[in-house]
Ligand binder design. Structure first.
Ligand SMILES: Cc1ncc(COP(=O)(O)O)c(C=O)c1O
Length: 404
């Protein structure tokens, strides 16, 4: 059992008011809030040992390097990667996917096939479309049903010897669906295809084990799991990271540079050109420590309670429809009310202190599938409460009354 009031005290922002009302923060799928221990880590870095890393003999540089490399080890341990050099610290999920998509330009041929799912975030669609434009590869899409579940028979039918890559999210940001990634990975491997899983939405709720999953690439952003923005990870199996060319050229990623020829550094530095987000990386490590101390099993159990409660309460509002009703889903509720634009609901509930996301959630193909302009999305984290859900429900009722 989580002590929610104690946990809430870790998040100073939860004490603020918005438009004169206590903040109810239900935009966790966009970015999570930051606990004091992570804020303190950031302040500590800038007040005590701010320096560039991997290149200084002086004390500050060594301290910063040690802290940054310790953070990499924490990420390695959290995701159970075999080697710490399989963890590339990037600016986030989008950056990580682009490293892989750009790298595969050299490894694909015209006519090769790439499979994505129908419920991807734009950052797991556009880089692959760009890859197809560069190489002549063909993008195929695993369709979904009205509940927002992938049609696995259709996936089976798409797989063939032409399939080179498969990319899906672990959990959908717009619908909350938990996808059967074990099955997706196993079947892709049976056809010799490489798999990248976008874990941006999964990592706040579950603790992925990349070795048990046998996934080739797994990507995520720190800011969705209590860390800062501008940092994330690309996990890649050593053999695949070695096969991919570097993404960016510059300092830190080289072995030897002459005007005639440059040789590249080994992993992970080959993919970490330039000065990284040093403070962000260190704070990412602190965020993982914080969440692990709470416990992911406890987090998931509590968030499931919030999901069940929120679903039941919201469905009591007449005319409200939930998009994303998969049997396996996480604490995301996307909804609309008949004849009311989601933006209008979002604006009114904000006046009542409730932060929700409205729009297409960077997943326009999902909105096209349901033939809607967007949804209102309430996404719950482990520091939210049922009382806050009651406030949301009352705010939505008020919005409905004003807009009907
Ligand atoms: C499923 C999914 N993939 C990718 C991203 C992109 O993450 P970032 O903007 O941190 O790169 C998000 C962000 O919302 C997401 O939800």
């Amino acid at each position: 059992m989580l002590d929610i009031q104690k946990i809430r005290a870790d998040f100073p922002i939860l004490e603020r008011t918005v438009n004169g009302k206590p903040l109810v923060y239900f935009d966790n799928a966009a970015t999570s809030q930051t606990p004091t221990v992570v804020i303190d880590t950031i302040v500590d870095y800038y007040t005590k040992y701010n320096a560039n890393i991997h290149r200084g003999v002086h004390t500050l540089s060594q301290e910063a390097t040690d802290a940054y490399e310790l953070a990499r080890k924490k990420v390695q341990s959290h995701f159970n990667a075999k080697h710490s050099h399989e963890i590339i610290l990037t600016s986030g999920t989008t950056h990580s996917i682009n490293i892989v998509a750009t790298g595969f330009s050299a490894l694909l041929e015209a006519g090769d096939e790439i499979i994505v799912s129908a419920m991807e975030h734009h950052s797991n669609i556009v880089p692959w479309q760009m890859l197809c434009e560069r190489t002549g590869a063909i993008l195929k899409v695993i369709p979904m049903n009205q509940d927002g579940e992938l049609l696995m028979d259709a996936y089976d039918a798409l797989l063939s010897s032409k399939t080179k890559l498969v990319f899906t999210n672990h959990i959908s940001n717009a619908l909350g669906t938990i996808n059967p990634i074990e099955e997706i990975i196993t079947k892709a491997h049976q056809h010799g295809a490489v798999v990248l899983i976008d874990g941006a939405q999964a990592c706040p709720h579950v603790k992925p084990d990349v070795q048990a999953l046998d996934v080739d690439f797994y990507v995520a952003s720190a800011h969705k799991l209590c860390g800062p923005t501008g940092v994330g990870l690309l996990y890649g199996k050593e053999e695949w990271l070695n096969k991919l060319p570097p993404y960016q050229g510059g300092g830190e990623m080289i072995d030897q540079v002459t005007f005639e020829k440059t040789t590249y550094a080994g992993l992970p530095h080959k993919f970490e050109a330039g000065t990284p987000n040093i403070c962000g990386g260190i704070a990412f490590g602190a965020a993982l420590d914080y969440m692990n101390a709470i416990g992911f099993d406890e987090i998931a159990a509590y968030e499931n309670e919030l999901l069940a409660y929120g679903t039941q309460k919201l469905l009591e509002i007449e005319g409200l429809k939930i998009y994303g009703t998969a049997k396996q889903k996480t604490s995301v509720i996307s909804f609309n009310i008949e004849n009311i634009h989601p933006y209008d609901i979002g604006s009114i509930v904000d006046k009542l202190g409730v932060a929700v996301r409205t729009g297409h959630h960077c997943a326009q193909p999902i909105m096209d599938f349901y033939n809607i302009p967007g949804t209102v999305r309430a996404s719950f984290a482990f520091y939210n409460t049922k009382e806050e859900i009651d406030i949301l429900v009352e705010a939505v009722k008020k919005a409905k009354m004003m807009l009907s």
